[in-house]
Write a protein that binds this ligand. Sequence first.
Ligand SMILES: NC(=O)C1=CN([C@@H]2O[C@H](COP(=O)(O)OP(=O)(O)OC[C@H]3O[C@@H](n4cnc5c(N)ncnc54)[C@H](OP(=O)(O)O)[C@@H]3O)[C@@H](O)[C@H]2O)C=CC1
Ligand SMILES: CC(C)(CO)C(=O)C(=O)O
Length: 306
Amino acid sequence: MKITVLGCGALGQLWLSALHRQGHEVQGWLRSAQPSMTVHITAPDGERHRHSFPANDPQWLANSELLLVTLKAAQISSAVLQIQPLLPPHCTIVLMHNGMGVIDELPPLPQTVLRAITTHSAWRHQGRVIHVAHGVTHLGPVACDENPLSPLADLLHEALPEVAWHNDILPACWNKLAINCVINPLSIKYDCPNGELLQYSGEITTLCEEIAAVMNREGLHADARQLQQSVTHVMQNSAANYSSMLQDIRTGRRTEIDYITGYLLRKAVGYGIPVPANRELYQRVKTKESADGHPKISASLSGAWQ
Ligand SMILES: NC(=O)C1=CN([C@@H]2O[C@H](COP(=O)(O)OP(=O)(O)OC[C@H]3O[C@@H](n4cnc5c(N)ncnc54)[C@H](OP(=O)(O)O)[C@@H]3O)[C@@H](O)[C@H]2O)C=CC1
Ligand SMILES: CC(C)(CO)C(=O)C(=O)O
């Protein structure tokens, strides 16, 4: 398959390399104007892969059957809208990111748009991508009436397993959102790796109760105790890791809080559900972002839950 990967950071390079090794024709789409890029991956078992890829070829884009978008949530809508007119109508666009709400920023497009979330873990270090741990990628449409594209899940699964197809991806997105709503901002509040958050179980219970209340109004049948179990499980499995949000704060980058807790707060306001513990964490992260010189919350979000 002819594929363009938009956003060639940690996750994007992982997919570029994996899809190439599976025999697909893959190019990267970069912010900087350059005709090629080199990817170095260190796999979880220590095996190393190095390969050069074409980049930014508009003709390649015009023939792409898949646009895999692996940008940070706030970067997606403007970047996709910039190149979308060059895509053929039969190209499938897959948005693979943490958080929710990006899809609402996009107008209806002629291309099919799918959502993906992943629990793979990768980070960039000295020009390399370290694939820290394998995970599961969940893929599917945000509205159940799309034509099933489960063969795409099979294709992605062959490149970088596990990939699971969902006829409705929203429950999987909400479960991941819930985990990120708890771990990411708490890791900033306590400035610690994920495992150290296990000691704040009372606070985690309150956060999960608020999140479950919003999820239930979304029709997801969430149970606060089960959510807390999932959160605890992720904290234990990633005990030594620093959350992506804490890494963003430490490296002076904009966080994804507006698409994680921010999304939850917007939904909570819409349903009239009080979520004070989550709001307190949201404001804490925004204050930290502003203190570090990051852009304040975007106009479309401002004041909605204050
Ligand atoms: N890494 C991981 O293990 C996981 C990541 N995720 C999610 O996946 C998404 C991507 O994460 P990750 O790969 O870590 O993020 P990165 O920041 O490593 O990658 C994003 C890449 O996109 C580039 N970029 C930014 N704007 C543009 C643009 N307009 N056009 C082209 N390229 C652009 C960035 O360039 P530059 O470096 O110059 O800014 C960067 O290389 C996030 O939502 C994250 O939360 C989810 C699970 C695991
Ligand atoms: C699940 C978690 C919290 C793992 O660190 C994550 O997805 C992140 O850091 O963004």
